[in-house]
Design a binder for this molecule. Structure first.
Ligand SMILES: Nc1ncnc2c1ncn2[C@@H]1O[C@H](COP(=O)(O)OP(=O)(O)OP(=O)(O)O)[C@@H](O)[C@H]1O
Ligand SMILES: [Mg+2]
Length: 121
């Protein structure tokens, strides 16, 4: 199992959610986040669709998804594509190994407890 964390523009979150759902990934946590990107420490102002922004204050959503190994690559590619604008500050995607996962309702452990496309609940 792996965990994918993605930090995306709030303006791209609906696109990311739709793309994930189409890929059968309809289970994840998310919350509003603030952050600083490497470009943002030096030059704080960038234009996006003709408007100049202080990129430190671009609103962002932090997404966290635990997946079976088989679903990791397509999920990363799905987020990458849906969150892309090509402008500075599009965000980042990270992946981590996950040691254990427990589905509280039925006591399932490991990959058997993590959801996947087409799984019946
Ligand atoms: N190395 C990192 N570790 C954790 N969070 C990060 C990292 N880099 C970026 N972030 C998060 O992603 C957000 C957007 O950063 P991003 O890297 O996309 O912007 P940038 O560095 O200004 O531009 P770019 O990398 O596109 O040139 C940051 O506000 C921060 O929340
Ligand atoms: Mg960066």
């Amino acid at each position: 199992m792996k965990k994918i964390e993605a930090i995306v523009r709030t303006s791209k979150f609906e696109d990311v959610k739709t793309a994930l759902k189409q890929a059968g990934i309809d289970f994840f946590s998310y919350w509003e986040a603030s952050g600083i990107g490497n470009e943002q420490l030096g030059e704080m102002h960038h234009s996006y669709r003709g408007t100049v922004y202080d990129t430190q204050y671009i609103s962002r959503i932090f997404i966290s998804i635990v997946l079976k190994d088989a679903n990791v690559i397509k999920t990363i590619e799905c987020i990458e594509k849906a969150a892309f604008t090509g402008e500075i500050g599009d965000g980042m995607i990270f992946s981590y190994d996950i040691e254990e996962s427990v589905r509280i309702r039925n006591g399932a452990r490991g990959e058997a407890s993590t959801s996947g496309p087409g799984d019946s609940l």
